[in-house]
Design a protein around this ligand. Structure first.
Ligand code: C2G
Length: 445
């Protein structure tokens, strides 16, 4: 008797799950299915699981393919189960291709092609449908999006669009999704759009997606003019659609906890916020060659401005910039100075100069210090006058961190507005206004 085993969350049970179990059973005579526990999903960073473990087990059983169901509650369990149950074949969908090759030591490993275009037919009875998301852009950040989106239950990446059709086709083949040659067809195939294209194309792509009635998650900087940001948010509101700016720091648990503590009075009144983020970039990359929209501030400014805008607001009295520029005039290292009635902020970023990436929030009773990579906040300290009096805080930050913004984006789409406060339309509009000012001052407006 050939024994087969597979594992999954099986949340919001859909065709992809059904077909996986069907083909898994066909691989042998006896199929064991491991269903993940809430705790294990938490630990491996799978977010937004809607159905309880019992519901997910029931749905697997109802499929009729499982001869036995067990629960998966820890990372090392697969190898132990395979030995304990004398398994011949381990199988899982091809979105995991290569990631379970270590199990070849114990049994045959088979990756079954994942199912594309999950419709909601099987989900009619479910209280939440699967959100089909498409990506505009196929660059480095786009490459990071798909593995992160896979760990957010309830969302399926189905499509990609790139005006350079060959790039789109190559990306689609690599990630087993569909490439579209027209933006219209692309929009028709999805419920929401993730924009990871060059900065200056964001405005048009957001407008097109909203016009097609699609929710939008757009990489930062979402807009390079305040009026554009205001117009886009207004248009999204009129259409009853969600428009999110993707600054992953804003949605990560550690950063939101830091903001809560900073505003709790624990460090008194906030007087100064200093954030620094530098990343030495290859001089041949777009960030340092695009003389209109390249440079440090358009690339990293959204991150280093975020804590200032979130903690001191957008009603600054003065704003000025100091830059070190390269031969082509692009800013290699930039400081933005914000002056408020009772506080100040300094946002420092650089692609051509390396510095200590630190965030310091200073108050009348103490200060918060976050070492690099503070933009992926996982640990921070609260210091007071007495150097012995230090409080330490840590929050998990998993993977590339895009899953947090994707999870919040999805919950907003599903009508749960509890995440809105993390990055409001006011925040994004203020950030666009600073970008606009910077480009004006640089003569690139
Ligand atoms: N699947 C698929 N097609 C889809 C979606 C999922 O074939 N459109 C497959 C997955 O590859 C997996 C199974 O269905 O083999 C269950 O998917 P999930 O519930 O998303 O489980 P996952 O998070 O992929 O966990 O330890 C758990 C395993 O690592 C799989």
């Amino acid at each position: 008797m050939t024994k087969v085993i597979t594992y999954g969350t099986f949340d919001l049970f859909h065709e992809g799950h059904y077909r996986l179990l069907q083909r898994a059973k066909e691989l042998g005579d006896y199929l064991i299915v491991g269903v993940t526990t809430e705790e294990y999903d938490q630990a491996r960073g799978k977010l937004n699981v809607m159905d309880s473990l019992m519901t997910r087990i029931e749905n697997v059983k109802k499929s009729g393919f499982a001869d036995e169901v067990l629960i998966e509650s820890s990372p090392g369990q697969k190898a132990l189960d395979i030995q304990k149950y004398q398994i011949d074949i381990f199988t899982v969908g091809s979105d995991w291709a290569g990631q379970f090759d270590y199990l070849k030591e114990y049994c045959k490993v088979v990756y079954l092609e994942r199912t594309k275009n999950i419709s909601s037919t099987m989900l009619r009875a479910q209280r939440a449908s699967i959100c089909r998301i498409g990506m505009i852009g196929t660059g480095r950040i786009a490459e990071r999006f798909i593995p992160e989106a896979k760990l957010v239950s309830g969302i399926n990446t189905e499509a990609v669009y790139n005006p350079h059709l060959e790039s789109g086709r190559r990306f689609a083949k690599r990630w087993e999704i569909d490439a579209y040659e027209s933006l219209e067809d692309f929009c028709e195939a999805v419920d929401a759009v993730y924009i990871a294209a060059p900065h200056e194309t964001h405005y048009q792509y957001i407008r097109s997606a909203l016009k097609h009635g699609k929710h939008v998650l757009c990489e930062k900087p979402m807009a390079l003019r305040k009026s554009q940001a205001e117009e886009l948010f207004e248009y999204a509101k009129e259409q009853g659609l969600i428009l999110f700016e993707g600054i992953k720091t804003a949605y990560c648990p550690g950063f939101t906890r830091l903001l809560g503590i900073a505003c709790s009075g624990m460090i008194g009144t906030i007087r100064n916020v200093e954030a620094c983020f530098t990343k030495l970039e290859n001089p041949s990359h777009r960030e340092l060659t695009d003389e209109r929209y390249g440079g440090s501030f358009t690339e990293l400014g959204s991150y280093v401005m975020l804590p200032i805008i979130k903690l001191l607001g957008s009603q600054y009295q003065e704003l000025r910039f100091e830059c070190i520029r390269g031969k082509n005039g692009l800013d290699l290292f930039t400081k933005a100075f914000f002056t408020y009635p009772e506080g100040m902020g300094t946002a420092t970023c650089g692609l051509g100069v390396k510095s200590e990436g630190r965030l310091v929030v200073s108050g009348t009773l103490g200060y918060i210090v976050v070492e690099a990579p503070w933009w992926k906040t996982a640990y921070f300290e609260v210091h007071h006058e007495n150097p012995q009096d230090v409080e330490k805080f840590s929050e998990r930050f998993l993977g590339d961190g895009l899953r947090y913004e994707i999870s919040d984006f999805l919950s907003m789409i599903n009508g749960n507005s509890r995440s809105e406060y993390k990055l409001t339309r006011g925040d994004s509009t203020a950030l666009a206004g600073v970008m606009e000012r910077f480009l004006e001052v640089e003569g690139r407006g």
